[in-house]
Design a protein around this ligand. Structure first.
Ligand SMILES: Cc1cc2nc3c(=O)[nH]c(=O)nc-3n(C[C@H](O)[C@H](O)[C@H](O)COP(=O)(O)O)c2cc1C
Length: 188
């Protein structure tokens, strides 16, 4: 338990651009996703699912994003940047939010549960010694592209892409808010 709290007190994301191969193997990814799916989920709706990008799938995604960036008018430089960033990744997991609209649980709660999955996947990967980072970017909001390329259903969206790989650097500490600035104690 001491190890767990120490991990939570010191954890830090690792930029995707610094991650290298090897990616976690299939057994390790299954462990990361099993931990990732172990989150609070009101009424056990399971309003999320995973798409795992490895190997050639990263090459295809990089090319598809490149082509889409051009189609969107982002220009050749940005298109090339996104192609390269995906093709250089060891692996990525899309956490797809898959809300159940008629289940009687507010949409926001289902969204929060999907966010919890993102953090849990991220933390599981970090806890296992990999580098990992939660990103979105324009591709997470281009629903038409995601439906066409990744088969997202109507109403689904990407809560986050969690890039995972071997660390090459130790990230610097990032400023955290002083507890007093975010906490109102109601003690009596
Ligand atoms: C929903 C969400 C989307 C994000 N998207 C991006 C992104 O597209 N690009 C980026 O550089 N950082 C993005 N970030 C921030 C990174 O995850 C950043 O590395 C992180 O906030 C660092 O936090 P940590 O060190 O506490 O893990 C996003 C964060 C969240 C929560």
């Amino acid at each position: 338990m001491t190890d767990t709290i120490n991990f939570l007190l010191t954890r830090r994301s690792v930029s995707g651009s610094t991650l290298v191969a090897p990616a976690p193997d299939r057994t390790a990814v299954e462990k990361i996703l099993t931990a990732g799916a172990r989150v609070p989920d009101h009424k056990a709706l399971v309003p999320w699912r995973f798409i795992v990008f490895r190997g050639d799938a990263l090459q295809r995604m990089g090319q598809a994003l490149h082509d889409r960036a051009l189609e969107n008018g982002f220009g050749a430089k940005r298109a090339e940047m996104v192609r390269r960033s995906w093709q250089n990744l060891p692996m990525s997991v899309a956490v797809v939010a898959s809300p159940k609209p008629d289940a009687g649980i507010p949409d926001v709660e289902q969204t929060l549960s999907a966010g919890a999955v993102c953090v849990s996947v991220l933390n599981a990967a970090l806890a296992m010694g990999y580098g990992a980072n939660w990103i979105t970017g324009w591709m997470a909001f281009d629903i038409e592209f995601l439906q066409r390329e990744l088969g997202l259903a109507e109403g689904e969206y990407v809560a986050g892409f969690i890039h995972v790989g071997t660390r090459t650097t130790d990230p610097n500490e990032r400023d955290r808010p002083p507890l007093d600035s975010i906490t109102n104690w109601l003690d009596a």
